[in-house]
Design a protein around this ligand. Structure first.
Ligand code: GLC
Length: 670
């Protein structure tokens, strides 16, 4: 894909976000489609009645983004209700598809507002909250073509290790090595496949990054080694804030070498997160970034080969200054008969302590000697943290493809990491949100992604767990993660263990297909998860579908996301062939004609729709990815189907990146 049809415009002196790698020259043409207000910070477009809008990566609501107002501003907010404007990632790329079809990328590390038919139903208003930014307009015949051009512009996505396509179990927290072992044993004893277990913040000593609690995880290195022998990877969390504590070497090194973000007076900026008071490494400063990245070596030396970077928006519980003001304000009410507005005002004072704009505006980065206010580059913090680790991994362990995903992100980070969808809830609506975010994230380059399956916050039910699993088996990052204080949700906790086992094993049977489609979509700058509207152009029903996805070249999925359902309505956009899996070994097939159908889907079954003239490759399931027999591929499909399938295999690692081998397999079903 070349850069034809991409136009670039520069306003002010933009901060280098590193989002773009295959850049184009500044265009001399007028900006097409959009009208800019005189100050260049406000963009207008009038949509046609039935125009659709795609993109914006990690965001609430549907695949079609029309009808809401979104802001790209990395935000730590676990309540992903439909009225939220921002989540953890900032992905300011969108596509308008209708009377005119074009893409818009506002490359700005500051807040950008996308009002997409919210104030006036047919109007798009984009407000860039900084005078310094780059604007790219991407032209193409179809949304898919625009995505491909955009993805070429921003460079190839990170390829996660093959083992990370296995099922992964997490919880905040498994407090001791004994608790971790117990989880592993329960999965193995029940015949459930498993490839990784996560270590949340309590593996550390007092939430201090790069420490390990000697009391709860004695002989850590040995423990990591033993679990690896059992084909389990342990994946520890790394938080952005470094605990302020005399004698803690990471803190002292950071302080003594000027590696932390500053306040207005040039002192280290201090705020509170899990460990209490912390300093934030200045990841936008090259020296500080290199310093922090190399700290991962301690864990890599102990045998760790996967990490998740968290709280890197950065999340702030409170800062000293603001806490003092809040306490003062609230104390003034002591002994008084306070009215309703004061009461609610008090609540707002407390809630407003976290992640406040005032704190972000009082924090500074040292970029090549220039002090830059954090608020103007806010969206780059999590990405820069993750890039600092990725750069270090290549030096520390070039022979390993280390798994990494982050909570906060900006476009560009997709080249070195995945993301997870943050702190969702055990809500039915969040199964649908998980589905809808997959294509939007693919549009902005995040291919290794998934939601906290079964939901992070709130209590789940067995039925929800099973239905979520039926979607989870298609997510590249397939991780069951939950918050402390919620109902235990490891799959062996539930009654119908056979059903959970069958679906988990089905995932493993499908891994060669999912991994191959994942790798090929990265290589082709394409989406692995496509909305039906991207494929079946001109079919008004397909274009309106919000709860089904095309997954790779061969299949369509239509998961159930409502309680007490016996099945669901499915729009079949062309003649297809459905496989009804009760397990990887027990399935039936049936043709489905193009049109609307009600499909019975009991909660222990998964129905996959195979595209016309395609078939679904699969293998025998195994207890972990390394034991999958990738040389014995079989196909499910309609009799008479013949086509050539390209299978991708990870055969090694070079310079920290996966080496992939491709093999063409002829499929003939007779
Ligand atoms: C944040 C993370 C969550 C983690 C928790 C404790 O909320 O998003 O995944 O479990 O912190 O570390």
């Amino acid at each position: 894909m070349n850069a034809d049809g991409i136009k670039k415009y520069v306003f002010g002196t933009p901060f280098e976000t590193k989002a773009v790698v295959n850049d184009v020259g500044v265009s001399a043409d007028n900006i097409p489609y959009l009208t800019l207000r005189d100050d260049n910070r406000l963009v207008l477009y009038t949509m046609g009645e039935s125009d659709k809008v795609y993109g914006l990566g990690e965001a609430v609501r549907g695949i079609n983004k029309r009808g809401w107002i979104y802001e790209t501003y990395c935000t730590d907010d676990p309540m992903h209700t439909e009225t939220k404007r921002s989540l953890y990632g900032a992905h300011p790329f969108m596509i308008v598809d209708g009377k005119e079809t074009f893409g818009v990328f506002v490359d700005s590390p500051a807040r950008v507002t996308f009002n997409i038919g919210y104030t006036r139903v047919n109007e798009i208003v984009i407000i860039v909250h900084s005078p310094d930014y780059k604007l790219y307009i991407i032209e193409g015949e179809t949304p898919n073509e625009i995505v491909k051009k955009f993805r070429h512009l921003i460079g190839k996505s990170y390829i996660a290790p093959f083992w990370s396509f296995g099922f992964q179990q997490s919880r905040w927290s498994y407090y001791t090595s004994g608790a971790v072992q117990d989880v592993i044993d329960n999965y193995r004893d029940n015949g459930f496949p498993l490839d990784a277990v996560y270590l949340d913040i309590d593996y550390m000593e007092g939430y201090k990054d790069f420490t390990i609690s000697g009391e709860r995880f004695p002989d850590f290195k040995e423990f990591v080694e033993t679990t690896r022998k059992n084909n389990i990877h342990l994946v520890p969390i790394i938080d952005a804030g470094v605990k302020i504590e005399e004698g803690y070497d990471v803190y002292e090194e950071g302080r003594d070498n000027g590696c932390f973000c500053k306040d207005e007076n040039g002192n280290d900026f201090v705020a509170a997160v899990w460990p209490g008071k912390v300093c934030f490494p200045d990841f936008l400063n090259e020296k500080a970034s290199e310093w922090f990245g190399m700290k991962y070596k301690r864990l890599i030396d102990a045998g760790i080969d996967g990490f998740w970077n968290d709280m890197n928006e950065p999340a702030i519980f409170y800062s000293e200054n603001r806490l003092e003001t809040a306490i003062e304000k609230i104390s003034a009410y002591k002994g008084k008969n306070i009215g309703v507005s004061e009461f609610f005002g008090m609540k707002d004072i407390v809630l407003g302590l976290s992640n406040s704009q005032e704190d972000y505006s009082a924090m500074y980065h040292n970029v090549n000697g220039e002090m830059i206010c954090h608020n103007n580059v806010h969206n780059l913090y999590g990405s820069s943290m993750t890039r600092s680790a990725a750069d270090a991994f290549k030096k520390i362990a070039p022979d390993k493809n280390i798994l990494m995903f982050s909570r906060a992100s900006y476009i560009g980070m997709h080249r070195c990491s995945g993301i997870w969808m943050g702190d969702n809830q055990s809500w039915w609506s969040h199964i649908k949100l998980n589905l809808q975010m997959l294509p939007s994230l693919n549009m902005v380059g995040f291919m290794y992604t998934g939601a906290d399956m079964v939901g992070f916050g709130d209590h789940c039910t067995e039925e929800l767990a099973l239905r979520w699993l039926a979607l989870g088996i298609f997510n590249p990052l397939m991780r069951n993660h939950s918050s402390a204080g919620t109902r235990d949700q490891e799959f062996y906790r539930f009654e119908n263990r056979d059903a959970f086992r069958n679906l988990l094993r089905l995932r493993y049977a499908l891994i060669p297909y999912l991994y191959s489609e994942y790798v090929k979509s990265i290589e082709n700058d394409d989406l692995m998860f496509k909305p039906l509207s991207f494929v079946f152009r001109g079919d008004r029903y397909a274009e309106a579908v919000e709860d089904q996805l095309m997954v790779g070249e061969c299949i369509m999925i239509a998961p159930v996301y409502e309680p007490n359902a016996i099945g669901r309505s499915v729009y079949v956009p062309e003649d297809m062939f459905a496989v009804r899996f009760r397990s990887a070994e027990n399935y039936t097939v049936a043709p489905y004609a193009k049109g609307h159908h009600f499909v019975d889907i009991p909660n222990d079954e998964v129905v996959v729709f195979i595209r016309k003239d395609k078939a679904l490759p699969f293998v025998a399931p195994a207890d972990c990815t390394v034991n999958l027999d990738l040389d014995t591929i079989r196909f499910i499909g309609e009799k008479g189907t013949a086509f050539e399938y390209t299978l991708c295999k990870e055969v090694g690692v070079k310079n920290g990146e996966a080496v992939i081998e491709k093999k063409k397999i002829t499929c003939k079903i007779d």
